[in-house]
Write a protein that binds this ligand. Structure first.
Ligand code: ADP
Ligand code: GLC
Length: 489
C-alpha cells in the first residue's frame, strides 16, 4: 500500500562510501537511498571528517548555516553545515563542518572530547532542521553517537513547534558500543540541570550512558535483525541494557539489514577480475585463481579456500579461530585468506599463521574495499564465527557470490543462513550453535566434507545465489514502522 511521503532526518556517524569503518556505513547509506528513491524527503547529516574523500564531490555551504555558534557547557563551539549530493542518486547529504572536532585521523577516537564530538552531531541535526524550517516526521538515529537526540527532542528542543509532531527512532547496530562517559562530563555536555532526565542508577554510579538514554527516550527502538532483537532482551546479549529493553519490548523491532546489490553483485561487479552468474560460474573459478595468486597462496583451484573480511575484534569470534584453524590446517587440505584490521592480538595471530603455513594462509592487514570484493568472489566459503552479530552483511554478500557461509547461529547470521541438509540438498550454509572450539571445528570439517561432494556443493551454491536480501524488502519494513509511528499522537 503506498504510504504518504515522510520527512525524515537521518543522523549517523558513518555513511558509505564517505565515512566507513563497518556495516553501519553501508546500512545508513542504503536505507537513506531506499527512502529517497521511494519518494520520501530524507536529509542525512554526518560529520565532515578528514577521512572523507572529497574528490569528485561538489560540497557547498548552505545559506544560513555557514557559520553557527553554539554554547555547550562553558565552551562556545563554531560549526557550519555544508551540502553535497551522493553521486548518481541525487540524495542530499549534509556535512557537519567543525574542524576542531572532526579534522582528525580517524572517525572514532580515544580523545578526551569524544563525547563532545557526537553530542555536537546530535544538536546539529536538530539545529539543521530548524534552520531549514524542515519539520521531520521522523528523526532516525543510529548507535550511541546520535542517541541523545530523542532526549533533546523531549527537553531542550521541546519548545519548538517545528518538532511538535516529530517522532524519534533509534536503531541499535551494536549494543557492545554504548558511549559511556563519567558523570562529571554532564556540564561539558550541556546537560547540567537535566540530571532528572537521565538514568538515576547510572548517575549514582557516576556514569552517563548515551545508548541507554536513547533507549529510554526514543519513540521506537529498532535493531538490525529479528533474532538480535530477541537476544538483547536476555542477559547473555543485552550487555546490561536487557532490563531496560524488556521494559520497552513493545516498542522494539528487529529488521534484518539489506544488501545493496548495485554494489555487491557478481554479474556486474566492476572490482572483481571476472563476472559470473548462477548459470555460468566459470568467472568464479577465475576469481579464485587470481585471488590465490595475488594474496600469495599456492594457485590450487581444487583446494577449498576459506575467506574472512572483518574488523578484527573479539565480537567476531577470532579467539575460536585461533584455537581451531592452526590445528585444522595441519590435518586437512585447505587454504585461508584474511582481510582485516583491529586488535593487535588478532593481527599478530594472522601474521603468525601466514608464516606457519606459507602458501596456504594469507593475511592483508588493513582496509580494502576492492580486496573485500575479491574475497567474496574468489573464496569457496566465508567464515563468520561471531560471538554475537546484530545483523552482519558479509554472509549475505557471500550468498550472492556463491561463497558458502560458515557462521555461528546468532543474530542476523541465524536469520540469513539456512542449515545445509545433505539428504535433500537444501540450505545455504553451515551454522554452529555453541560458542566453543568444538562447534567451530565441527562446522569447518562439515564445510570441507561438503565441498568434496561436488553435486551437493553445486546445489548449495545455487541455493545461496537465489537468495534475495535486497533493500526493497527491508526498506519497506522501515517505511511501515516510520509511517505508523508518525501517525501516533
Ligand atoms: P560490522 O559492522 O560489525 O563490522 P558487518 O558485517 O555488518 O560487520 O559489516 C562489515 C562491513 O565492513 C562489510 O561491508 C565489510 O566488507 C566491511 N569491512 C570490514 N572490514 C573490512 C576491511 N578490512 N576492508 C574492507 N572492508 C571491510
Ligand atoms: C554493527 C554490527 C553488524 C551490523 C552492522 C550494520 O556494526 O556488528 O552486525 O551488520 O552494525 O547494522
Amino acid at each position: 500500500m503506498p504510504t504518504k511521503p515522510l520527512k525524515i532526518c537521518l543522523a549517523s556517524p558513518e555513511f558509505a562510501p564517505l565515512a566507513k569503518t563497518g556495516g553501519l556505513a553501508d546500512v545508513s547509506a542504503a536505507l537513506s537511498l531506499y527512502l529517497h528513491r521511494a519518494g520520501h524527503d530524507v536529509r542525512v547529516l554526518i560529520p565532515r571528517y578528514r577521512r572523507i574523500n572529497e574528490q569528485g564531490l561538489d560540497i557547498q555551504p548552505v545559506k544560513g548555516m555557514a557559520s553557527i555558534r553554539m554554547r555547550l557547557g562553558d565552551r562556545e563551539i563554531h560549526f557550519g553545515i555544508d551540502r553535497t549530493t551522493l553521486p548518481d542518486s541525487g540524495l542530499p547529504v549534509y556535512l557537519l563542518r567543525c574542524p576542531e572536532f572532526f579534522d582528525r585521523d580517524n572517525i572514532y577516537t580515544q580523545d578526551p572530547d569524544e563525547h563532545l564530538r557526537f553530542v555536537l552531531l546530535s544538536h546539529a541535526a536538530l539545529q539543521m532542521c530548524q534552520r531549514m524550517a524542515f519539520a521531520p516526521d521522523i528523526v532516525s538515529c543510529h548507535d550511541w553517537q546520535t542517541s541523545l537526540i530523542p532526549l533533546f527532542l523531549k527537553s531542550v528542543y521541546a519548545w519548538d513547534e517545528l518538532f511538535r509532531k516529530t517522532r524519534s527512532t533509534l536503531t541499535i547496530h551494536n549494543i557492545g558500543y554504548q558511549g559511556m562517559f563519567p558523570a562529571w562530563t554532564l556540564g561539558e555536555l550541556g546537560l547540567a540541570g537535566a540530571e532528572h532526565h537521565l538514568h538515576q542508577d547510572d548517575l549514582k554510579d557516576g556514569v552517563i550512558n548515551f545508548l541507554k538514554t536513547g533507549i529510554m527516550y526514543a519513540d521506537l527502538v529498532t535493531t538490525v535483525s529479528p533474532t538480535y532483537a530477541r537476544e538483547i532482551l536476555g542477559e547473555d546479549y543485552g550487555m546490561g541494557l536487557n532490563g531496560l529493553l524488556r521494559e520497552r519490548a513493545n516498542s522494539l523491532f528487529g529488521i534484518l539489514n539489506g544488501v545493496d546489490y548495485d554494489e555487491w553483485n557478481p554479474a556486474t561487479d566492476k572490482l572483481i577480475p571476472a563476472n559470473f552468474t548462477p548459470a555460468d560460474l566459470s568467472g568464479k573459478a577465475r576469481c579464485k585463481e587470481r585471488l590465490m595468486v595475488e594474496t600469495g597462496l599456492e594457485p590450487r583451484p581444487d583446494r577449498p579456500l576459506i575467506g574472512i573480511v572483518s574488523r578484527l575484534v573479539g565480537q567476531k569470534g577470532f579467539d575460536l579461530v585461533e584455537n581451531v584453524v592452526p590445528a585444522l590446517l595441519a590435518e586437512r587440505d585447505f587454504a585461508i585468506t584474511v582481510l582485516g584490521s583491529g586488535e593487535r592480538l588478532f593481527e599478530d595471530f594472522f601474521n603468525w599463521l601466514t608464516h606457519r603455513y606459507p602458501g596456504r594462509a594469507s593475511f592483508y592487514q588493513g582496509f580494502s574495499n576492492e580486496l573485500a570484493h575479491w574475497i567474496e568472489a574468489g573464496a569457496d566459503m566465508f567464515l563468520m564465527p561471531s560471538l554475537y552479530e546484530p545483523s552482519g552483511l558479509n554472509q549475505m554478500y557471500s550468498l550472492k557470490y556463491g561463497t558458502v557461509p560458515v557462521v555461528r547461529e546468532t543474530g542476523g547470521l541465524a536469520d540469513s543462513v539456512d542449515q545445509i541438509i545433505p539428504a535433500s540438498a537444501t540450505g545455504t550454509g553451515i551454522l554452529f550453535r555453541d560458542y566453543n572450539a568444538e562447534g567451530l571445528n565441527w562446522a569447518l570439517n562439515r564445510g570441507l566434507d561438503f565441498y568434496a561432494n561436488e553435486p551437493l556443493w553445486q546445489a548449495v551454491v545455487q541455493n545461496g545465489m537465489q537468495q534475495d536480501f535486497s533493500w526493497d524488502r527491508q526498506g519497506a519494513l522501515y517505511v511501515q514502522l516510520f509511517s505508523e509511528l508518525s501517525q501516533t499522537s
